[in-house]
Design a protein. Structure first.
Length: 279
């Protein structure tokens, strides 16, 4: 009797997980599996050979460089914006916070279009720069600009809540002892932001690595010049080279899995530290 009860409990506890897997199979799991199935369809030899062509190596290297630069720049800009929004009071502060988070809601293609209308040959700033021989669009700088725009809210969203929850007593004590605002930030505020900064940087890096909509508008998708890994995948699919496209997609999927594993690890570690401080 007791064994039957234990068995029934195990079955009932497995039902929610089983239902979740059943729902996610056609939505997430099978599409991800199909990427690796098609990437390895010709064997590991063909898979490896498709990853060492000049186009693939450039696209992967260019994507990693852009993602790293985006993460670094947004770590600085996002932290400064979060500090200003959290620690200062001024008219329109809430409205500014909403505007800074808009890139999450705006379609990425619209972001690319807006950058073209500003910096392109017929854009507001582009027309002024063209006589000087400067054309930022369809260059690596345009790709970087688009990625910074699209991923900015991720850094802001991870750092600002930490600043909002940070007790002001330590900062006030530092000011009382004669510390400047910069010294207070460096020795009091910054150590508390390390977890948020790392998480935000990884999120920014991961999203930048897979960014497509804005990039395709501002880059021109120029081979060996501005073609990122997602743009290479798109181009290969258009030309019917399915295995090459899925080989690069598989690499991006593996990189994304590693990045989000790190994010979850850091989040769990930060949560444990917060719980210990609470005790």
């Amino acid at each position: 009797m007791n064994q039957d009860k234990v068995f029934n409990r195990k079955i009932s506890s497995m039902l929610p997980a089983g239902f979740l897997v059943l729902v996610l199979l056609p939505l997430l799991l099978l599409p991800l599996a199909s990427v690796f199935i098609y990437a390895l369809r010709g064997g590991l030899g063909n898979f490896g050979a498709s990853l060492i062509t000049a186009d693939v190596l450039f696209a992967l290297r260019f994507s990693l460089i852009i993602a790293f630069a985006t993460a670094v720049i947004n770590a600085l800009l996002g932290t400064y914006a979060a500090y200003v929004l959290s620690k200062t009071r001024f008219p329109g502060r809430e409205q500014l916070g909403i505007v800074l988070n808009l890139p999450v809601a705006i379609p990425n293609v619209v972001v690319g279009t807006s950058l073209l209308l500003l910096w392109g040959p017929i854009g507001l700033f582009g027309q002024m720069l063209e006589p000087l021989g400067i054309q930022p669009m369809f260059t690596p700088a345009a790709v970087l600009l688009a990625h910074i725009f699209v991923t900015f809210p991720y850094m802001l969203g991870t750092v600002k809540p930490v600043l909002d929850d940070l007790e002001t007593t330590y900062e006030e004590a530092a000011y009382t002892m004669g510390a400047s605002r910069w010294q207070t930030f460096l020795h009091i505020v910054f150590p508390a932001l390390k977890g948020g900064l790392l998480t935000g940087s990884l999120l920014t890096f991961a999203h930048s690595l897979g960014e497509f909509g804005a990039t395709v508008m501002v880059s021109g998708n120029l081979r060996l010049r501005t073609q990122t890994a997602p743009l290479y995948i798109f181009s290969q699919f258009e030309s019917g080279n399915i295995q090459a496209a899925n080989s690069v997609a598989a690499v991006l999927a593996i990189l994304s899995f590693i990045l989000f594993s790190l994010i979850l690890f850091l989040a769990a570690r930060t949560g444990k530290k917060g719980a210990q401080r609470g005790k």
